[in-house]
Design a protein around this ligand. Structure first.
Ligand SMILES: Cc1cc2nc3c(=O)[nH]c(=O)nc-3n(C[C@H](O)[C@H](O)[C@H](O)COP(=O)(O)OP(=O)(O)OC[C@H]3O[C@@H](n4cnc5c(N)ncnc54)[C@H](O)[C@@H]3O)c2cc1C
Ligand code: SF4
Length: 529
């Protein structure tokens, strides 16, 4: 233990809110007699996008638990709480004050996950004249250099090829050099809807009742961020490595077997408000993104379940693809194309984000459900994000940067390296196809097929014009009309454009008129947040 915590430390290890990993490179060579850790809660991280209360609480609670665990191991932690008098409210101000006070010989930090934070750390260290050592982030299975090597010379980057390389390299679900089961992908067996009878009784995920530390954080957030969106009423997220382990094993045991089959299905609960938001999903993203949980362990646990005959291959492969494939791939995209990536807007979309994204107050049932659930829990599963909230803003033509800020604010798992490529690339096609091979566009009929949202909605998903026309369906055809030239360059859009060609001129005009009205109504509902 550092007996003189106010004395000049040799190394001051900066631990950011999403770097809560004892085994990170930041602790390599750590000597508790000479070195110390620095962590700070700053309001800026919750206000630079107008964050959901549960998102703020997950970070603060997990950080405080991490601090306490370090102190129990006799590590000196210089920790700044948000509610301490004189808190500067900004990362730069806090770090500057600490460096001036302690005058460490060197600052050490694991590569931040966000461009903005890395830039700000480097500039601050330079201004203070103190050495800053950036260490690699070992949490991920691929490095940024490996991704750059994968990208080199390729005209197009596609997750599928990257994923196969990762499977081979890390020997995941492989029989020698062949994929287990003779195929890389079992999508044909996955992605059912629940049918009319619904999901039935889905095993509920492990829930973590707030302990003293979390309860203090919840009170602080409720008080200090009262005007922020979202509820804290159901807060039960894992905030320690032990809780994350429990959540992982609970998922593997109870929900993984059905994960693949129902990964795209959506359902609104009839027996209570949003009673089953998680369905067969793992809800492990926040724990992994905060680094409470190692993705290798998650992948190994899923593979072991298959090898022991406890979960079907299609489900296990579908789940592992999300982590070893998508999660690593989007991080690669982020670092490969930042900082320019954030500003891309290839479709020239310029509409503001409708106000109902912050309130859930809309007559469109699907959006009311997906946004309502997001406000209640800080969670929506992938298809709710991609094919309900994301789809509507894409079809409406909302500026991708406004959509990005909403997603970064609203989810407990939101951190920029994963959120931005998913939003701007996969969901809004703002990058013109760097991330995904085509825009994910569909009419209300897709939502009708994959959920029960349309039952009882005032709109009809089959109609594109008229009083009860579904806005998704109207805007879907309007999107194809507006971007026909651009989309014609993409082979994968051929079928959708062929269907568009069947619409006669009067129908096209009627659709465009209705889309213009819809846009005007949505614009009118926009309020500055
Ligand atoms: C517009 C949009 C924004 C998103 N923003 C985020 C975000 O801020 N943070 C985040 O972690 N995920 C984000 N995702 C991806 C995905 O929706 C979430 O990871 C997932 O819903 C988290 O819930 P879960 O843990 O129950 O996931 P599961 O469905 O159980 O999937 C298992 C794990 O796979 C990983 N995963 C799944 N899909 C993706 C993906 N597309 N990209 C990267 N990892 C993936 C996650 O780590 C997840 O925990 C976004 C997707 C979209 C379409
Ligand atoms: S009819 Fe259209 S707006 Fe209503 S729930 Fe279905 S897709 Fe959504």
């Amino acid at each position: 233990m550092n007996l003189y915590p106010q004395a000049r430390p040799r190394h001051l290890i900066i631990v950011l809110g999403d770097q809560l990993d004892n085994d990170s490179a930041g602790f390599d060579g750590f000597d508790s007699e000479q070195d110390a850790v620095w962590m700070a809660e700053v309001a800026e991280e919750s206000t630079h996008v107008w964050s959901h209360k549960a998102r703020i609480a997950v970070f603060l609670s997990a950080m405080r638990h991490f601090r306490d665990a370090l102190r129990q191991r006799s590590v000196t932690v210089h920790y700044r709480q948000l509610d301490e008098p004189g808190n500067h409210g900004a990362f730069v101000g806090e770090l500057t004050a600490t460096v001036k006070r302690l005058s460490p010989q060197k600052l050490i930090v694991v590569e931040p996950g966000e461009w903005r934070v890395r830039e700000s750390l480097q500039t601050t260290a330079l201004a203070l004249g103190v050495d800053l050592e950036l260490r690699p982030d070992r949490h991920f299975l691929s490095t940024r250099e490996e991704f750059a090597a994968h990208a080199k010379g390729r005209k197009q980057l596609r997750m599928e090829f990257f994923y196969r390389e990762m499977r081979r390299k890390h020997e995941v679900l492989m029989d020698g050099d062949q994929p287990v089961g003779g195929a890389w992908n079992f999508d044909a067996d996955n992605r059912d809807s629940f049918g009319k009878s619904g999901p039935g009784d889905v095993p509920q995920p492990s829930r973590f009742r707030p302990d003293k530390v979390t309860s203090e954080v919840l009170a602080l957030v409720a008080n200090q961020f009262a005007k922020h969106p979202g509820s804290l009423a159901h807060f039960d997220w894992p905030v320690t490595p032990a809780q994350a382990q429990t959540a992982l094993h609970d998922f593997i045991e109870h929900r993984l077997p059905n994960f693949g089959k129902y990964e795209d299905a959506m359902w609104s609960s009839s027996d209570g408000l949003f009673a089953q938001p998680y369905l067969f999903h793992s809800r492990l993203s926040a724990a992994m993104n905060l680094k409470l949980l190692d993705p290798r362990e998650v992948i190994a646990a899923a593979e072991a379940a298959y090898r022991k005959g406890r979960a079907p291959l299609a489900s296990v492969e579908g789940f592992i693809r999300q982590i070893l494939g998508w999660r690593e791939f989007v991080r690669g995209i982020y670092w490969h194309f930042m900082p320019g990536y954030r500003g891309l807007n290839v479709l020239n979309a310029g509409e503001p984000l409708p106000d109902f994204y912050w309130t859930g107050k809309t007559e469109m049932n699907c959006l009311r459900e997906a946004i309502g659930q997001t406000l209640e829990f800080g969670y929506a599963h992938h298809i709710q994000r991609l094919m309900v909230t994301g789809l509507f803003s894409l079809l409406l033509g909302v500026k991708p940067q406004a959509v990005h800020e909403w997603y970064l604010a609203m989810y407990v798992d939101a951190v920029e390296w994963v959120e931005l490529p998913n939003t701007l690339g996969m969901s809004q096609h703002g990058d013109g196809g760097l991330m995904a091979s085509k825009p994910y566009v569909a009419s209300g009929k897709y939502i009708e097929r994959m959920s029960n949202y349309c039952v009882g909605c005032r709109y009809d998903p089959a109609k594109s014009t008229g009083d009860d026309a579904c806005p998704f369906t109207t805007l879907y055809w309007d999107f194809l009309l507006r971007h026909e030239k651009f989309l014609a360059k993409n082979q994968r859009m051929a079928m959708q454009l062929k269907n568009l060609a069947r619409l006669d001129a009067p129908k096209r005009r009627a659709i465009q008129q209705q889309a213009t009205q819809c846009r005007a109504v949505c614009r009118h509902s926009t309020a500055a947040v």
